[in-house]
Design a protein around this ligand. Structure first.
Ligand code: MG
Ligand code: MG
Length: 311
């Protein structure tokens, strides 16, 4: 089902590569699974599907089964821009790639993304103005290629690369905190850290530094909006309260709301944590083959690009 393994260059472990592929496939699987129930309430989902657990397309975008939305589409555009920049996260290249993606008339596009890409067309400046209102999840949902391309780099460099891509459309402290947390957590999982370790070393510090993200001791976050705080609350509750890739994604998307995005983010974290063997074969089979192949190819190329010896 998944393409056969290829030769692994020196300095890249096969285990890391397999988890990187799982993270990218997990992103697309969560997007495709969640898109069916995006903007529905948990009650509506239960009424229509019981528990929504299959990749069947539909939803408000009337997607064909296995097709993806802006979450995976923007990640693939970002990944291509990073690869074209020899593994570096260059703001102008990112902005041009997102602009080209917008011109391709994707099925959906967030308001903040659209507004600041239109501004980029006018000004040619690849950094949006700071805004306390631009705390949507649009920068966080597409951040995975940065995690792969900066694997092994110093944390300050990783955080800088996160902001470089994020600020093209979302120049906001909460968005930055979410993007940097996600990238560093994905990298920890890729390198074999456990959920318990990442909870202590990444999740708890995120909440301590940004109490808005607190997700423990509060009710189940249902109907998460596009606000990155609600997105992460839903994803982290799902990740911490389940013990497997499939159950995590089912938990998260059945909360409804921005379900393709919570699914995509949970999928990239869950893929990195649980690995390729944990991805349900029936979901991989249902995923658009072109998307599946693009995710695998980019995951490999981005991890290779992160190794100076492989350049
Ligand atoms: Mg989407
Ligand atoms: Mg969404």
């Amino acid at each position: 089902m998944i393409a056969d393994a290829v030769a692994v260059p020196a300095g890249v472990s096969a285990a890391v590569l397999a988890r990187a592929e799982a993270a990218y496939l997990g992103l697309a699987l969560g997007d495709a699974l969640g898109a069916t129930v995006e903007f529905m309430t948990p009650r509506e989902i239960a009424h229509h599907y019981g528990v929504h657990r299959e990749i069947v397309g539909g939803g408000w975008l009337k997607l064909r089964p296995g097709h993806i939305t802006d979450d995976t589409g923007m990640a693939l555009a970002l990944g291509a821009a990073i690869l074209a920049s020899r593994g570096k996260v260059e703001p102008l290249a990112c902005a041009q790639a997102f602009d080209a993606w917008m011109r391709s008339k994707p099925p959906d596009i967030g308001n903040t993304v659209r507004r600041n890409l239109v501004l980029f067309r006018r000004t040619a400046c690849p950094e949006a103005p700071p805004s306390e209102h631009d705390a949507g999840n649009g920068a966080a949902m597409r951040v995975l290629p940065v995690a792969l391309a900066t694997l092994g780099q110093a944390e300050t460099a990783v955080r800088g690369a996160c902001r470089a891509q994020a600020h093209v459309t979302h120049h906001n402290a909460l968005s930055d905190a979410a993007c940097e947390f996600l990238v560093l957590a994905v990298q920890d999982f890729l390198l074999g850290k456990s959920l318990r370790e990442v909870f202590r070393q990444r999740i708890q510090p995120l909440v301590q530094a940004n109490p808005a993200f607190a997700f423990r001791g509060r009710s189940r976050r249902e109907n998460p909006s596009g606000w990155v705080v609600e997105t992460l609350q839903a994803v982290l509750q799902g990740l911490v309260d389940t013990g497997a890739f499939e159950s995590c994604l089912i938990d998260v998307v059945n909360r409804g709301g921005d379900a393709d995005t919570t699914g995509a983010i949970a999928g990239m974290l869950g893929g990195a944590l649980y690995g390729r063997e944990a991805l349900p074969a029936r979901w991989i089979k249902a995923l658009d083959p072109a998307v599946r192949d693009a995710c695998i190819a980019q995951a490999r190329a981005l991890v290779f690009a992160s190794r100076p010896s492989a350049r």
